[in-house]
Write a protein that binds this ligand. Structure first.
Ligand code: ATP
Length: 219
């Protein structure tokens, strides 16, 4: 069932979150103080609302506590960002996601009750850097401080070989959790005898150091 989302602050990040949620079939209310920004997005969300999110009455009147998730993506106006998160939690919104520009702001947002703090600039910077250092790294997800899942393009030397003979687990200390074939076929939890083919994408799980080491070997 579709959830009710509100996205406050329609800069590039907020706009992208709102648009994507809507495309994923969710109900999305977009809120901003700028009429232009709302107009720009009007056809790509469920509703728009011209309002200042630091006004508690506005939030109360629209029944903000009935939304499942509210994303606060106000950037430059740090004070408005923090105040909005505080109000949303005070009004009983179950899950508030807040965008932080830096660690300090992130800590404040956590203190005022944000359930999740995201750092889009920092994370994208990291992603691009990782991708530059290891050109076969397609993407990665940090599961915890220590563990990660990385998507890597199979290396030429591996084509035609089995997972067993490459020895991912004992040699590199990582697990192959999935193989995505160029044909679109997906091998979930592949076995030791599965063979790597040209164009395979390997989804690997392991600790950060092991994956880093392996990604560098790839070059
Ligand atoms: P990005 O990097 O994602 O583009 P940004 O960090 O530059 O975003 P801003 O443009 O500073 O973010 O702010 C995002 C939006 O938040 C703007 O469209 C602005 O109008 C809106 N905004 C700022 N203050 C409020 C507020 N109190 N209530 C609602 N919207 C607000």
């Amino acid at each position: 069932m579709a959830k009710q989302y509100a996205v406050i602050g329609l800069g590039r990040f907020g706009t992208s979150v709102a648009r994507t949620l809507y495309k994923l079939g969710q109900e999305v209310l977009a809120i901003d103080t700028s009429e232009d920004r709302l107009r720009y997005l009007a056809d790509e969300v469920t509703h728009t609302l011209l309002a200042d999110s630091t006004d508690a009455n506005v939030l109360k009147n629209i029944g903000i506590k009935n939304f499942d998730v509210v994303v606060v993506a106000i950037g430059e106006n740090v004070q408005a960002n923090i105040m909005t998160v505080l109000l949303l939690k005070e009004l009983g919104v179950p899950y508030v996601v807040a965008k932080a520009l830096n660690k300090m702001q992130g800590r404040v947002l956590e203190k005022v009750g944000a359930d999740r703090v995201v750092y889009p600039e920092r994370d994208m910077g990291k992603r691009v850097a990782h991708n530059l250092v290891s050109s076969n790294l397609i993407d990665y997800i940090e599961l915890t401080q220590e563990f990660r899942i990385s998507e890597i393009l199979a290396k030429k030397e591996m084509f035609g070989k089995s997972l067993k003979s490459i020895n991912f687990r004992s040699k590199y200390n990582v697990n192959v959790v999935l193989i995505k074939r160029a044909s679109g076929e997906v091998l979930f939890s592949p076995g030791a005898d599965d063979i790597i083919e040209v164009g395979d994408v390997l989804v690997l799980a392991g600790d950060r150091n092991s994956l880093d080491r392996l990604e560098q070997l790839w070059e």
